[in-house]
Design a protein around this ligand. Structure first.
Ligand code: TYD
Ligand code: MG
Length: 454
């Protein structure tokens, strides 16, 4: 028999090559090609149009047979899932190491188990004792979760086959799983794909909701082939800065719900706490109005979240090139706003260092934050605080006009709810709240005059 040809699979994009190369020819990533098990050669000499079993057709409308979602009891998790766990679905949970994936899933597992449902938690990363220690710290030791430290998919599926199927099965993580029918070390593309395939098949057959934890690579994508993302029903990402308390659970793909819903948590000493009013988290510690600080009502999916934008301007004496440093916003957009402020409003930042920070480790990409950033910059430059309890929103054009933004009303209502009494934004935006005075700002120059003359 001919020796099977070697094949190399890119760990980033899953493309196959028959020669090892330093750079993947498809996605141009470096050092991602890894030798993989030889491909099975399928024979096409058989005619596939006979000899199979009949496939059963069903109507789209079959009342009473729709799967009922299982609430985890963690409202923020359920919200991000689109209303709870769908039986027989597979969820891939990605996130940086140490961000709290295991903590979140152990908490959810305990909640479901306490409701009287079967829950199995398989850890391939930690010994049972370590998971038990975490459970004790979280005050969950009494929850009837079936815990196992295992990495062999055959052992796991054999064991599950001998007991009543649980409602929830957590595999932490898919990169540590190993199938003895596939060559290669755990974590390689073929192992990850093969193990996920077997586990997902078990979930679909038994109606178990399956959660696979997935490691994330440096650039933020889930390690292993993109094909894993195609295989599962829901892809979630657990995000946040490790040095900050808050965590956001986001659905990147959801076959059963909207992808713009998020869940917000805070990592505390005793586990993840649900945050049902995120604005309070990001605005805490902001009592006195300060120069260089402006509040922006951001949107996270359908939910408004108020965040604080801080600017600091340092005048330079020497002719050194001034620094521009940005945390949580786009550097290119900051450069654009500075250019507009210089050329349309007559301000000069050329001999000053500019630092911009979105408080709380929050990341903004919404152009609606332009006006708030501009307000923070002007306020820092003039060393004058903006009116207290005011919120700012609007996109700024290159001509210096303030443009309308989506969800203006919702954003302003959230601001009013949190005690803000003035909103600044594009002239024609609707003010959704009676308690909030709305001030239309047509041109960035109006804002500058206002701040400078206050
Ligand atoms: P973990 O869930 O192990 O992260 P992941 O599974 O995503 O790698 O979370 C580990 C971090 O969370 C660890 O750095 C400590 C912190 N932590 C708390 O702050 N409070 C807690 O109650 C727990 C359990 C963890
Ligand atoms: Mg973990």
């Amino acid at each position: 028999m001919a020796k099977p040809k070697k094949r190399y699979v890119c760990q980033a994009c899953g493309s196959v090559s028959h020669r090892w190369q330093g750079q993947c020819a498809d996605c141009a990533e470096w050092n991602t090609l890894v030798e993989d098990a030889p491909a099975t050669v399928f024979s096409l000499k058989h005619d596939l149009s006979s000899g199979g079993r009949a496939v059963e057709f069903v109507d789209l409308d079959k009342p009473g047979e729709l799967p009922v979602r299982q609430k985890t009891g963690l409202a923020e998790f359920d919200r991000a899932l689109g209303g709870g766990l769908v039986p027989g679905s597979a969820i891939l949970m990605g996130g940086d190491p140490g961000i709290g994936k295991s903590t979140l899933l152990l908490q959810a597992a305990a909640k479901v188990a306490r409701e009287g449902h079967g829950v199995v938690y398989v850890s391939g990363e930690e010994a049972a004792g370590q998971v038990r220690m975490r459970a004790a710290r979280l005050g969950l030791s009494d929850a009837p979760v079936k815990l196992a430290a295992a990495t062999g998919v055959r052992d796991i599926l054999t064991t599950l086959g001998r007991m009543d199927a649980p409602k929830l099965l957590v595999i932490d993580s898919i990169q540590t799983m190993h199938s003895d029918t596939i060559e290669g070390a755990p974590g390689t593309v073929s192992q990850v794909r093969g193990c996920a395939f077997e586990l997902i098949r078990y979930a679909k057959e038994t109606g178990v909701a399956l959660v696979l934890v997935g490691h994330v690579t440096k650039d933020g994508s889930i390690a292993g082939p993109r094909v894993l993302e195609h295989m599962v029903d829901v892809v979630m990402s657990f995000e946040g800065e490790r040095s900050h308390q808050y965590r956001i659970l986001r659905a990147l793909k959801n076959r059963f719900g909207a992808v713009d819903e998020i869940g917000v948590f805070a990592m505390e000493g005793d586990g993840l706490e649900e945050v049902d009013n995120p604005s309070l988290l990001f605005l805490s510690g902001r009592e006195q109005p300060m120069a260089g600080s402006a509040v922006f009502p951001a949107m996270e999916g359908t939910r408004p979240v108020l965040v604080e934008i801080q600017a600091l301007i340092v005048r330079l004496q020497s002719g050194a090139t001034p620094r521009r440093a940005v945390v949580g916003w786009d550097t290119g957009r900051l450069a654009m706003l500075l250019a507009v402020l210089e050329s349309r409003c007559g301000l000069s930042f050329s001999s000053a260092e500019v630092y911009l920070n979105v408080a709380g480790g929050y990341r903004l990409s919404d152009p609606a934050a332009d006006l708030a950033v501009a307000a923070a910059l002007v306020s820092a430059l003039a060393d004058k605080a903006l009116p207290s309890r005011s919120a700012w929103l609007g996109e700024v054009s290159l001509a210096g006009e303030v443009r309308p933004v989506a969800h203006g009303g919702v954003r302003l209502r959230e601001a009013a709810k949190l005690g803000f009494d003035r909103g600044f934004g594009p002239p024609d935006a609707k003010n959704g709240s009676a308690e909030l005075e709305y001030v239309g700002v047509g041109q960035l120059a109006n804002l500058v005059d206002r701040v400078m003359s206050s």
